[in-house]
Ligand binder design. Structure first.
Ligand code: NAP
Ligand code: ZN
Ligand code: ZN
Length: 348
């Protein structure tokens, strides 16, 4: 076994603190990664605080992992020692069901192995995430990260990037589309950058006026504040597509009314409480409401390659591991521009 150190939540109510554990020795198909950076996703907070239920403690969060290959198993063909690589929200899946065969491992029939707060495919060994100094992952779940993207700014692509890229592609967002991104946080700012790079005209709908300049710099064409009720009158029926990244409960029907006929709103944010959903905003203009979950491994690689080609990377604020609890508080207050990334090399 390989000794590892990280930060873990031990219960839903305690602050995260240092934690020692072990990684398995890499087997033939495994890659041992020396973690350099790990992004901090709002899902880490939801899970460390057990807001979605079913949390497995101790929990080492973190699923926006980038680092350098330290060792490879005998059968590893795709990676070599020294490569820059990433790991996102999954570390394995059954590989045989219909979804896995189609490269949609996130929808695996028997359950993907989440990077943390989950189990390996034996359904009993707990997984530990990227708030740690190393990780061992089968090569099929390791992504190649181009050296064109600064490694710290690449980390958030592994969740925030793919979670916004995948629905934009699935709903074929591109030139000629007017779209809105709701919530300018970690996911939202990647949604703006990616949709703009795909040629769409993007409006940011934010709860605060404070992020306007940033939104325009990130590639948005316009900006509207949702605490102003006039916004919902002025923008009624305007958008082909809305990507909703908000992490807290909010009134979905207000946003649905901003869609044109046959428009779609896709939820990626996962608030801990449900909102009621009246039928009228949907039926009146044949609008759709859908959800989307991260993206498969193949599409994650496609997104990373797209970002390298288009010069897209995340806006990050680097923190030391010991600042994680303070970072969580700031994220809950919406005080992050736009992703905290833990500099693991600063020490644990
Ligand atoms: P984040 O960085 O904290 O951003 C969330 C944004 O939502 C905030 O910046 C804020 O934007 C807005 N917001 C927060 N509270 C609000 C409120 N009460 N009313 C209106 N707007 C509010 O979080 P994130 O990491 O982007 O994650 C966002 C959500 O996506 C989380 O629920 C997370 O669990 C989920 N997620 C889902 C997937 C998936 O696969 N579907 C993957 C990753 C994350 P403004 O300040 O601009 O209003
Ligand atoms: Zn995430
Ligand atoms: Zn499967």
């Amino acid at each position: 076994m390989i000794p590892a150190v990280g930060y873990a939540a031990h219960t839903a109510r305690e602050a995260l603190r240092p934690f020692s554990f072990e990684r398995r020795d890499p087997d033939a198909h495994d890659v041992l990664i020396d973690i350099h950076y790990c992004g901090v996703c709002h899902s880490d907070i939801h899970q460390a605080r057990d807001e979605w239920g079913g949390a497995i403690f101790p929990m080492v969060p973190g699923h926006e992992i980038v680092g350098i290959v330290k060792k490879v198993g005998k059968a590893v063909t795709r990676f070599a020692v020294g490569d820059t690589v990433g790991v996102g929200c999954m570390v394995d899946s059954c590989r045989t069901c219909e979804s896995c065969k189609e490269g949609l491992e996130q929808f695996c029939d028997t359950g993907a192995s989440w990077t943390y707060n989950g189990t390996e495919q034996d359904k009993k060994t707990p997984t530990y995430g990227g708030y740690s100094d190393s990780i061992v992952v089968p090569q099929d779940f390791v992504l190649s990260v181009s050296r064109k993207i600064p490694l710290d700014r690449a980390a958030p692509l592994l969740c925030a990037g793919i979670t916004t890229y995948s629905p934009l592609r699935h709903w074929k967002v591109g030139r000629g589309d007017k779209i809105a991104v709701v919530g300018l946080g970690g996911l939202g700012h990647m949604g703006v950058k990616l949709a703009a790079a795909m040629g769409a005209e993007v409006t940011v709908l934010s709860s605060t006026p404070k992020k306007k300049e940033d939104a325009l710099r990130l590639g948005a064409a316009s900006y509207a504040v949702t605490s102003n009720p006039d916004t919902f009158k002025q923008l009624a029926g305007q958008f082909h597509f809305i990507l909703d990244t908000v992490s807290a409960p909010h009134d979905l029907s207000q946003y649905l009314q901003l869609l044109r006929r046959d428009g779609s709103m896709v939820l990626v944010g996962v608030p801990e409480k449900a909102e009621p959903l009246p039928a009228f905003p949907l039926i009146l203009r044949r609008r759709s409401l859908a959800g989307s979950l991260i993206g498969g491994i193949r599409e994650t690689q496609e997104m990373l390659d797209f970002c390298a080609e288009k010069g897209v990377a995340s806006e990050v604020e680097l923190i030391a591991m010991s600042q994680i609890n303070e970072a969580y508080e700031r994220m809950v207050r919406g005080d992050v521009r736009y992703r905290f990334v833990i500099d693991i090399k600063k020490g644990i």
